[in-house]
Design a protein. Sequence first.
Length: 381
Amino acid sequence: MLEKETILFVVESGSLEYTIPGGVQVCTEELIRYFRLTSFNLEIFPVKTTRRLRDRIKIKLGIDVYNSFDFASLASEICSLLHKSNISLVALNQIVFAPVIPLVRAKMKRKISFVGLSHGNESGDFLHESDIQPIVKLWKLGKQILAEKKFYSEYLDGVVVISEHEVGVDQWLGATNVFVLPRMLERKALYWQPKPGRVGFVGTLNHGPNLKGLSSILNALQLQGFSGEVRIVGGPRETGELIAQEYSCASYLGKLSNEALEEEASTWCIFLNPVFWYSRGSSTKLAQGLNWALPCLTTPAGRRGYLLADETIVVPSHDPAHFAKAISFYSQDHSALQRLYSSVEMNLSAFDAASIARDFEQFLRNTEKCQISTLPATSVY
């Protein structure tokens, strides 16, 4: 039997070691599961971020977000692993690793291909930062975009993105070989026992998109005289308590363990995913609600990165007032709520991870054959 080909998967250790997973950790888990569905072996190489004080200060201040690692040392470690094996394809989990590519190529005598597994560009979120002086923002944004252009046009042989919207952005930056890998759906259904009028939200409350999305729908619900209850899970506590004080329909539950969260969410009529701007990557929370087989509501921005067979769960607007009306409609009408539930069931049943993984494997093999290629963008959409 022929030995299976191995891919070296370079990943920041914090994406694998955590107590409560964030978006990057969830997406990393999904990427690993997709790799496991291919015929490749996966050698995982965890890397810690740089501990040099000067670099840590720059990263903290947002001056040099693409300098998170000691790249000279990392290049030596990668080359050592490559010299001991016949690995010819390296997958970098997040574009922040891209500066290591020319250093590795300078040390290696044989051909090594590099695929970037993008969770979105740093510039995509930084563009929406509002508490930065314009001249500083202009300089930092320009610095990030110029770095990203070099990564995509000169360093990476292929790019895997988690949202179809990222294809055009990365092509504009110079990528010519792009594959869309949708968010993975995997049924982990809860025993759903909804309480009338109860809906729920879970998320980090001091994260800009989360706070703005939640606050905007709570305000709209209050103006519309919503008679139900919005149950809020997440931290920090002070933010959650302030939200509950401001909106009469909101109840703050704090941070919950996984077991307590599942028990709580099983009582919600609707799992809410109110996303009203196109930040980088895609929303990870929606997959949680879908995988739990709970009726969900999201927006066009919130469903980015998901391969949906039925879009009943998508409110076709980014107007919080429309989203609030949908909450009232589905949470107060039993037959409408059943239609929303059926939409989730249809999406779970139609999702075929094995088929997507086959396309993913073909993309990886084509990338390995043709470095910095002009292959057209491919997608399962």
